[in-house]
Write a new protein. Sequence first.
Length: 150
Amino acid sequence: MAVLDIHLLGSPVLRERATEIAVVDDALRAFIDDMFETMNVACGVGLAANQVGSTQRVAIIDAEGQTFAMINPRIVSATGKESKEEGCLSIPQQYAEVERPALVRVKYLDYNGNVSELQADGLLSHCVQHEIDHLNGVLFVDYLSSLKRN
Ligand code: NI
């Protein structure tokens, strides 16, 4: 395993839309293992491939006692609204309240390529949405007013 370099705000890859993964194979799993090591060293609760310079459509989560990879994740339902403070390993030392749907259902392929579905609320819901945003080139600061962003 290897610790990968985390790209910071301003790096173009953070603004790219990650592309669907066709095959879940050992090469992808090795990359996911590296992502986990990178996230753990950085003490993060989530990490998307864009943040380590890849446009593969995969993100990982370690929040609320749940640790998993989401390959080609897709939000299938979103209800309610909730504000929570968010940060991002690509935007160090910046935190802000972000309002998002409170409850989401997400479908994805897991580490072994099996179709999985998860219902998430609370912090986990925000984390899942934050990481899927990364795969669409969206950062949490995009939700802030220009006043707060500055
Ligand atoms: Ni982030």
